[in-house]
Design a protein around this ligand. Structure first.
Ligand code: NDP
Length: 291
């Protein structure tokens, strides 16, 4: 375990997220060096006690622990590739959003350079950093995660998934997939009622408690899926879940049916395969098969 007065930490990237992460470190008394491609973004942090490095190389050399929070995978390589000789013996924690394959590639690249690597996926917006609601997912080196956990916990709730550096990103993107489809569902509903003179705000007032309550179904679906038996009593059947009325009402409102039709297709494939009396969770079988 490492304490904040015995560790030199550098943060590369002072965008909205990098600044929030660096700010939490400086506030807690970590000796923090910051670097950003464009000048001027370090001023507030310097006023709070951070040191600013003139180059990314200076920042890397100043830190035994290097936090990377840049735009994307390409920008991470653009910054770090010229510095591969500086990474031996250092630890890199990369919280830039990357795909699982990109995270694994970077982990292997850092290992080849002689460094230790932990990948992070941030499930939060910058103003949440420093609060337990900010969830940050990690995978890669278990030693790094455990050594620096007190520091990571400053940012939010830290969860470690294992040595495969791609796992944090996989969870991150899977959670975002759920979020975006839910957002599309809400927006479809808002578009449906709009021709009736209902504002999106009025619809949101109704949708928020409804959708919040419906998330209570996740664990029930999960129990059926993990149990491997979609015929368990007490489930809403696929035939009962026919979305024909939703499609017809959407068309009657003059709006696109794409969002609802996507779900209807997943249902229909299972009905066509003879599973109409089984539970709604069975549509995961449609999703698991790439078409
Ligand atoms: P910003 O757009 O605010 O900042 C991007 C940062 O990357 C800036 O410091 C920018 O430098 C730097 N950058 C971009 N391209 C290059 C490059 N080629 N070379 C060097 N530096 C470069 O993004 P955020 O801070 O919001 O996001 C950073 C990461 O955090 C992203 O991967 C994002 O997906 C992730 N994240 C962000 C969340 C958010 O809500 N903001 C939520 C969850 C994850 P410069 O100032 O010079 O342009």
């Amino acid at each position: 375990m490492t304490t904040n007065d015995s560790i030199q930490v550098s943060v590369l990237g002072l965008g909205a997220m990098g600044s929030a992460l660096a700010g939490a470190l400086v506030k807690t008394g970590y000796a923090t060096t910051v670097w950003n491609r464009s000048p001027g973004k370090a001023d507030d942090l310097v006023a709070q006690g951070a040191k600013v490095a003139a180059t990314a190389g200076d920042a890397v050399r100043a830190g035994q622990l290097v936090i990377v929070c840049l735009l994307d995978h390409a920008s991470v390589h653009e910054v770090l590739d010229p510095l591969s000789n500086e990474l031996a013996g250092r630890t890199l924690i990369n919280v830039t959003t990357t795909s699982p394959a990109q995270s694994r590639e970077l982990a292997a690249w850092v290992a080849h350079a002689g460094g230790a690597y932990l990948d992070g996926g941030i499930m939060a917006v910058p103003h949440m950093i420093g609060r337990p609601e900010a969830s940050i997912l990690y995978s890669g080196s278990a030693d790094v995660f455990h050594q620096y956990k007190p520091l990571l916990d400053l940012w939010g709730t830290s969860t470690y998934f294992g040595e495969d550096a791609g796992l944090a990103s996989l969870y991150d993107l899977a959670l975002l997939a759920g979020m975006y489809v839910m957002f599309a569902g809400f927006l479809h509903g808002a578009a449906m009622v709009a021709p009736a003179g209902v504002t999106a705000g009025e619809f949101a007032t109704m949708a928020t408690p409804w959708l919040t309550a419906m998330t209570g179904a996740f664990q029930g679906f999960a129990a059926v899926i993990d149990g491997g038996d979609y015929t368990v009593e007490g489930q809403q059947s696929l035939e009962f879940s026919d979305l024909g009325d939703l499609l017809a009402a959407s068309s009657a409102q003059g709006i696109s049916t794409e969002v609802v039709a996507m779900v209807q297709r997943l249902i229909q494939r299972q009905i066509d395969a003879g599973h109409g009396e089984e539970g709604f969770a069975r549509i995961i079988e449609s999703i698991k098969q790439a078409t």
